[in-house]
Design a protein around this ligand. Structure first.
Ligand SMILES: *[C@@H]1O[C@H](CO)[C@@H](O)[C@H](O)[C@H]1NC(C)=O
Ligand SMILES: *[C@@H]1O[C@H](CO)[C@@H](O)[C@H](O)[C@H]1NC(C)=O
Ligand SMILES: *[C@@H]1O[C@H](CO)[C@@H](O)[C@H](O)[C@H]1NC(C)=O
Ligand SMILES: *[C@@H]1O[C@H](CO)[C@@H](O)[C@H](O)[C@H]1NC(C)=O
Ligand SMILES: *[C@@H]1O[C@H](CO)[C@@H](O)[C@H](O)[C@H]1NC(C)=O
Ligand SMILES: *[C@@H]1O[C@H](CO)[C@@H](O)[C@H](O)[C@H]1NC(C)=O
Ligand SMILES: *[C@@H]1O[C@H](CO)[C@@H](O)[C@H](O)[C@H]1NC(C)=O
Length: 669
């Protein structure tokens, strides 16, 4: 039923049908007449969507260039879907045509001539063709090469990878079909068992694994994969101090491995100061192509790393650790906390432990973070010594403008000085030595030590304390009482008070017993030395100036002129020789016993060498002062000897004398 308003629509529809029918008839007619004419038919169109979620279909075809402009009409199942001057056309996939088999073709109109592509029966919904892989990144995993590119859809794809060694372009491509993995909108494939110290050329195409009739995407451009950078750059560092700023000059060797540098190498410099957010610091992260660079850092501790980077990844890091550079003579901070945070200022508190800076325990308060300033300040601990740094940005370079030692709050030391010992004690003094209290136990600035001594023996003496410099590690206690016992204590003192004290007891040496023993010793030594001296002197004297007797009968001596004692004896013998004239001679046999003994002594003496006899007498310690006695004895002995046993006497002289005597005696008898 047509209403009045419906009429025009009906008319239009009828007209349309008629014209299409007319067109078809015309087309059939023209194709028949154009056979063998100049029109070259375009290729049959290829229609696909870019991924399985897409509803727009792209239809592409090709046609060898003909003169003049060409217009193409796209037909699906006898329905003209549009006309274009390009070799592609996008259609909206509607439910009618999508799911079923359809015939597709293209008609080309060049002036008065037209030609038609071959027809092709397809089911559009199954046709998926991805875009060529883009932004391919690569990295080496040992000898495996990982290739990553943008995913066409959330489903994994099948990839075809062509690869060959970079330096061998005549070599044919190797081909691998690999199912990709998908992660974070990226496709990844891993080519195993390549050589990571060689460069490669790689090309990839991929296709859907979801669609029934997937089409291969176009090939990606050929990408060059450089060899892996295996070694960190060899960096040499020179640091120059510029009044609060450190200029760190870094130079390193260029990467010489051509395979690794095939697509260029850059170097990345990073420093840890930038992460603190101190002023200027964010400017210090750089990429350079040269083999040297200068980085400006403050006096705060910093780690600088240099990495070589190529398309396939980066080398290991060359890490340069620069410790904090505290001033030589650090002072105690003056009211840093009360100072207001200036613009472009950064404050740092380094925890000090055992005189070491602990960069991991650093509190940084940068200007930008002023919101958290209160929290940061609250994290500074009481009783902990910090090295305080203040940095500014000066001419684009970070500069340390202040360094000092800081306590948020001081307390008394929590430990005593260590290894408190007495090194030597005398009568009235003692040397003490100790080691400092560890910094974390000081809990404040030790202003001095308090050294106290208390004499134990007598109750009336009281505790005596003195303040000694905090820089001392030894002390000599003087004016002590000899032989006394003292309790000594030593404690570190901060402005908040005194800490626990190290204690020890000392005993001074007693005075008197020592003196008596010393006197005894000295006396003994004196006695011994004097005795020795006399003996030695005597010997020397006897040797150099032997006693010279006045020879009475020098003519008798044909030999042994040096035997002086002999001479003396002979003289006496003469006297004796005279004496036998007296009646005493007869009485001799009465004291035979004594005389034999004496004679024996004398005889032995005479048998021996004269020198020996002399030395013997000296050895016995008889002094020359006693000579009268000895001469007496000698006189006597010799006298008796003569009388009793004259024949046995060797001495020629004596013999002569006695023989005369005997002769005389015999004659008298
Ligand atoms: C274009 O011409 C070349 C040879 O000249 C032929 O191989 C090719 O198939 C032609 N392409 C089309 C779409 O007709
Ligand atoms: C390389 O791939 C092979 C085979 O999948 C594997 O056995 C090997 O562990 C891989 N190497 C590395 C370094 O990932
Ligand atoms: C990819 O995965 C599919 C299904 O999981 C499997 O049938 C096919 O053989 C795989 N292809 C390759 C090259 O591994
Ligand atoms: C170093 O810096 C201080 C300010 O922090 C400045 O007073 C001084 O003149 C500077 N010295 C030199 C040599 O630049
Ligand atoms: C520098 O590196 C070492 C070791 O990796 C680390 O212990 C230290 O905290 C780092 N220093 C700075 C200032 O980051
Ligand atoms: C030692 O120093 C303290 C201050 O810590 C002071 O009060 C005291 O008088 C000093 N003692 C001596 C003996 O100087
Ligand atoms: C002296 O020191 C000892 C041990 O250190 C202690 O037992 C003694 O009580 C101390 N004497 C005084 C008077 O402090």
């Amino acid at each position: 039923m047509f209403t009045f308003l419906d009429f025009p629509l009906y008319l239009m529809e009828t007209l349309k049908r008629w014209s299409s029918l007319h067109g078809y008839v015309m087309f059939m007619f023209l194709t028949t007449i154009s056979k063998g004419s100049a029109c070259e038919a375009p290729s049959s169109p290829e229609c696909f969507r870019k991924n399985t979620d897409e509803i727009l279909y792209m239809c592409e075809w090709s046609m060898n260039k003909t003169e003049g402009s060409v217009t193409f009409h796209l037909y699906i199942d006898n329905k003209k879907y549009g006309s274009t001057n390009e070799t592609w056309y996008k259609i909206h996939g509607d439910t009618v045509i999508q799911g079923r088999d359809v015939n597709i073709w293209v008609e080309a109109y060049a002036g008065s001539i037209n030609c038609t592509s071959p027809r092709k029966s397809v089911t559009l919904v199954h046709l998926v063709k991805y875009d060529a892989p883009q932004s391919i990144s690569m990295s080496w995993l040992g000898n495996n090469l990982s290739l990553i590119w943008k995913a066409a859809e959330k489903h994994p794809a099948l990839a075809e990878v062509l690869f060959r060694k970079h330096n061998n372009t005549t070599e044919s491509w190797e081909k691998k079909l690999i199912n990709t993995t998908t992660e974070a909108s990226k496709y990844q494939v891993i080519l195993v068992n390549l050589l990571n110290h060689s460069a490669y050329q790689v090309q990839i195409r991929h296709r859907s694994t979801q669609a029934k009739n997937p089409l291969w995407s176009k090939w990606s451009p050929v990408v060059t994969v450089p060899a892996e950078l295996e070694h960190e750059p060899e960096v040499t560092v020179t640091t120059k101090l510029l009044n609060g700023t450190r200029a760190v000059m870094l130079t390193w060797k260029q990467i010489l491995n051509a395979a690794a540098a095939v697509s260029g190498v850059t170097y990345r410099l990073e420093d840890t100061q930038s992460s603190h957010g101190c002023p200027c610091a964010n400017k210090t992260k750089t990429h350079v192509k040269t083999n040297k660079s200068t980085i400006y850092v403050s006096y705060s501790a910093v780690n600088i790393s240099v990495t070589a980077i190529n398309a396939a990844g980066h080398s290991p890091l060359a890490n340069i650790q620069l410790p904090a550079k505290p001033a030589a003579n650090l002072k105690i901070c003056d009211n840093t906390e009360k100072e207001k945070m200036k613009k472009n200022t950064c404050k740092q508190w380094y925890e000090l432990q055992d005189r070491e800076l602990k960069p991991e325990n650093v509190i940084t308060l940068a200007n930008k973070k002023s919101k958290g300033a209160k929290q940061i300040k609250a994290s500074i601990k009481d009783y902990v010594r910090y090295l305080y740094f203040e940095h500014r940005c000066d001419g684009g370079k970070p500069r340390t403008v202040k360094m000092c030692l800081y306590y948020k709050k001081e307390g008394a030391p929590q430990r005593e000085p260590q290894n408190f010992t007495v090194t030597s004690e005398t009568l009235d003094s003692a040397n003490l030595s100790w080691e400092t209290i560890a910094i974390e136990d000081q809990r404040g600035f030790v202003t001095h030590y308090s050294l106290c001594s208390e004499k134990i023996s007598s109750q009336d003496e009281r505790k005596e304390c003195r303040n000694i410099s905090a820089s001392l590690l030894t002390y000599r206690l003087e004016n002590l009482t000899p032989g006394a016992k003292y309790n000594i204590s030593l404690a570190g003192v901060t402005k908040e008070g005194e800490g626990p004290s190290a204690k020890l007891t000392i005993y001074t040496q007693p005075e008197k017993p020592v003196n008596v023993w010393w006197s005894f010793g000295l006396l003994f030594v004196f006695f011994l030395s004097s005795t020795m001296c006399t003996i030695i002197l005597k010997r020397i004297k006897n040797k150099i100036f032997p006693p010279v007797p006045t020879p009475v009968i020098p003519d008798f001596f044909t030999y042994q002129p040096e035997s002086q004692e002999m001479l003396e004896e002979k003289e006496e013998v003469h006297e004796l020789m005279l004496s036998p004239l007296h009646p005493e001679v007869k009485s001799v046999p009465e004291d035979t016993e004594e005389t034999t003994a004496l004679h024996g002594e004398w005889d032995a003496g005479s048998d021996e060498d004269m020198g020996d006899e002399r030395s013997d007498s000296r050895m016995s310690g008889e002094s020359s002062d006693e000579s009268p006695g000895s001469t007496d004895q000698a006189l006597r002995s010799s006298r008796e000897g003569e009388i009793t046993d004259l024949e046995q006497v060797d001495n020629e002289i004596a013999m002569l004398i006695y023989r005369n005597g005997l002769v005389f005696d015999v004659k008298t008898d």
